[in-house]
Unconditional design. Structure first.
Length: 145
């Protein structure tokens, strides 16, 4: 008798899940187009735990042609103008900057390396940590396709 009730319960559960309405979840939007906004370079001071911040207004163009990304805008002091390729998956963007010097530390930040990102169709936010005291943030808004 116990086995019959167990089998009946399993059958009812299977029917219940089988009859459940499936909802369509659209794929996540991938950032393609021209984005403008702020780049911030944040360095945490270990002595007083405050952040030293440098900012620049940048424009990022993401395409799928020969030079899939290009950075322009205020590239005079903090961020370098650059271009290169990128790869994307559900939560990260990986940039390979073709203007990055092969050796040494460049004077300005280049868009290179792995970034966590979020994109809602118009706002693109990217974040990378270079160490426990250094963080790069991009807060961009889509301006054109």
């Amino acid at each position: 008798m116990k086995h019959r009730l167990l089998y009946l319960l399993i059958l009812l559960m299977a029917l219940g899940f089988g009859c459940k309405k499936l909802t369509y979840v659209p794929p996540l939007a991938q950032p393609v187009g021209t984005f403008s906004g702020k780049f911030a370079y944040l360095h945490r001071n270990n002595d007083n735990l405050a952040y030293d911040t440098l900012q620049a207004n940048v424009t990022l163009k993401l395409t799928s042609t020969d030079a899939p990304f290009k950075v322009t805008g205020d590239t005079s002091t903090v961020h370098a103008g650059s271009f290169g390729t990128y790869a994307i998956n559900s939560s990260i963007l990986v940039f390979t900057d073709k203007t990055m010097p092969p050796v040494g530390t460049p004077a300005k930040k280049h868009l290179s390396g792995t970034y966590l990102y979020s994109y809602d169709g118009s706002n693109l936010k990217m974040l990378a940590y270079s160490s426990d005291t250094l963080r790069y943030e991009y807060d961009l808004t889509k301006t054109a396709n």
